[in-house]
Design a protein. Structure first.
Length: 127
């Protein structure tokens, strides 16, 4: 079992909608980044495993991953800017980057806690 599950899921993206009014408004309009995404995570320094690939679903701006071994908070702005924090018992990781309407995205991540790693991520829409 990999001890670095947190860092494997670094680019997962969640949208923080704010109040109930904002949530109901968003529920009526699909987010242009909704769909299935394939995320590649690459470690460039530190002791985290070298690379991972995960399937992520974004629905109504909320990211989900069936593993559920971590907590995600963050947001994707209307122009695709990504800023998120992913955490579990090993520590946390800050994720920044951008998704594009053309179905691609990329960015960087930096982890703190028991594993001090950093790297980059690439995303591709799968449906």
């Amino acid at each position: 079992m990999k001890a670095l599950t947190l860092f494997a899921a670094l680019p997962l993206i969640a949208v923080s909608l704010g109040g109930a009014e904002a949530a109901s408004r968003k529920a009526q309009v699909p987010n242009r980044f909704d769909g299935n995404w394939s995320i590649e995570v690459i470690t460039e320094s530190g002791s985290c495993d070298r690379a991972y690939r995960y399937g992520v679903r974004i629905e109504q701006g909320q990211a989900s991953y069936p593993g559920g071994d971590f907590q995600i908070s963050g947001r994707v702005t209307p122009n695709g800017a990504v800023r998120a924090t992913i955490s579990n018992s090993l520590g946390s990781a800050n994720v920044v980057g951008r998704l594009a309407a053309g179905g691609y995205g990329n960015g960087t991540w930096t982890a703190s806690g028991s594993n001090q790693c950093r790297g980059r991520w690439n995303a591709e829409r799968r449906g």
